[in-house]
Design a binder for this molecule. Structure first.
Ligand SMILES: N[C@@H](CCC(=O)N[C@@H](CSS)C(=O)NCC(=O)O)C(=O)O
Length: 279
């Protein structure tokens, strides 16, 4: 059985961009969650789910086997977009795709301070200065915006919720698509290195409180997997289906090699990849 679940209190703070204001200058913190206007997307082929307005792309960086995720509200007039876990060496590819799709990148976000690659957020900000970097407050890293468990990150009429999923690093968070009728179904969880497909960066049991249909999008895959679900991992994850003692033994004996880039990546990622501040 799974070890004891972690429980968190959720706040009502959220970032949102009202439709009336220009993006992203309208970024504000509010107690209120805006009631979005429903729009039908003409871009259904971009959608990963029954929601017709989410534009979603899973992008891969081969040297670190990292996934970067592009999400946008394709139905919003400004097509606001965000990137989760961009990598420095694929920034040009990502920005070029964003331009080709006619999106407006507003947030460059990290799930945590990565040890195996340099985040692309610093480079993105140097190329597109109005983009805001986002990371958890608990990470201790610097960024434009710090999120905490329960915060909501709005992009157009869509939003992500922030869930604390520490273990791989203290400040690891999982970004989960909104729990509302007009948000993508099934829900999508961007788990960073916390929960991998048939693996895990360290512990997480909070993710398993999400509906079984929730799609799992990790920050890495080393075996060629692209997506899983909570239900699938609950049933087949070879680590997280074990009792607590067995789990601890597995994790204590992974014998993972020292990540090749850790000495460069961590100092750089503590300042969200802004190279000039890392030395
Ligand atoms: N060989 C790679 C690092 C591989 C690695 O350790 N991956 C991490 C996530 S990135 S820090 C991990 O937690 N893996 C869990 C697993 O079970 O593989 C390198 O040198 O960069």
């Amino acid at each position: 059985m799974l070890p004891k679940m972690l429980r968190f209190h959720f706040t009502t703070l959220s970032y949102f961009a009202p439709r009336a204001s220009p993006f992203p200058l309208s970024l504000s913190i509010s107690q209120a969650i805006p009631k979005p206007t429903r729009l039908r997307s003409q871009m259904a082929s971009f959608s990963s789910s029954s929601s017709s307005k989410l534009l979603f792309r899973q992008l891969f960086e081969k040297d670190s086997s990292t996934y970067t995720y592009l999400l946008a509200d394709a139905s919003h007039p400004e097509k606001p977009a965000l990137l989760i876990d961009p990598v420095d060496r694929t920034v040009d590819r990502d920005l070029s795709l964003i331009e080709q799709l006619g999106l407006k990148l507003v947030y460059a976000m990290n799930t945590h301070v990565h040890a195996d690659h340099v985040t692309g957020t610093g480079l993105i900000k140097s190329k597109v200065p109005y983009v805001k970097s986002v990371i958890s407050k608990a990470s201790g890293a610097s960024a434009d915006f710090y999120v905490e468990p329960g915060d909501k990150i709005h992009f157009g009429d869509l939003f992500l919720e922030v869930r604390a999923t520490p273990g791989h690093t203290l400040g690891c968070v999982t970004y989960v698509t909104g729990d509302a009728p007009d948000q993508p179904q099934p829900r999508m969880a961007f788990t960073g290195d916390t929960l991998l497909i048939r693996g895990c960066g360290r512990t997480d049991f909070q993710i398993f409180t999400l509906p079984k249909s929730t799609l799992i999008y990790p920050a890495h895959d080393y075996k060629g997997f692209t997506v899983s679900s909570v239900g699938e991992e609950l049933q087949y994850n070879p680590r997280l289906t074990k009792d607590e003692e067995t789990f601890k033994n597995i994790m204590a004996n992974l014998n993972l090699p020292y990540p090749k880039m850790i000495d460069e990546a961590v100092p750089s990622n503590m300042v969200c990849g802004i190279q000039s501040k890392a030395s």
